[in-house]
Design a protein around this ligand. Structure first.
Ligand code: ZN
Length: 187
């Protein structure tokens, strides 16, 4: 989060467009925070995209002439997105997937571990920890934890970037016998 992953996706897709390759971009229908029909990053870079609820819809919607498929916020899809990405890649289509590898608890997020495993190339981007300035790999949830936490889409008022050591998960806080707070650092 705030690592520039959507900016990087848009940059790569635009580069393909300059090479006159037809691109198509998909994102999960849950991600409507800025626009229903664009992949738009926090800094307002945007590119037209199609909202889908299920990965299988991507297969139905990709044109025969498309050479590059972008999938944004891939962590919101179920595991079938892995099969869809593989099928497209096996057709010779370049598949560029952006997503959060960890949820706010620091656990692997949705289908991302499997996508990372089958990808030819992986780029891990990091933000800067707002607490200490170190490279940040985690998303700190700032609002109250609910059962729908995983699907709350990132925005500045809800999350901030933290490093491993500054990242705190509310549910793992516990009082020890001396009454002080014990913080569990997720590994
Ligand atoms: Zn930190």
């Amino acid at each position: 989060m705030f690592s520039g992953k959507t900016e990087e996706l848009v940059r790569r897709l635009k580069r393909s467009q300059f090479g006159r390759q037809k691109i198509q971009v998909f994102k999960h229908a849950v991600d409507t925070r800025y626009s229903a029909d664009h992949v738009q990053s926090h800094d307002a870079t945007k590119i037209p995209s199609t909202l889908v609820e299920r990965p299988s819809q991507i297969l139905e919607l990709v044109d025969d002439t498309t050479r590059v498929v972008g999938i944004d916020e891939a962590q919101f899809f179920d595991d079938t997105v892995v099969d869809v990405a593989q099928k497209l890649a096996n057709r010779g289509i370049k598949v560029i997937v952006a997503g959060l590898d960890m949820d706010f608890r620091g656990n692997p997020f949705g289908p991302m571990p499997k996508l990372l495993a089958v990808a030819e190339s992986v780029t891990k981007l990091s933000a800067i920890c707002v607490s200490c300035g170190a490279p940040a790999s985690r998303s700190q949830r700032l609002s109250q934890v609910t059962s729908q936490d995983k699907v709350l889409v990132g925005a500045k008022e809800s999350y901030e970037a933290r490093c491993r050591f500054c990242h705190e998960v509310e549910n793992t806080h516990a009082k020890n016998s001396h009454g002080s707070t014990v913080r569990e650092v997720s590994l």
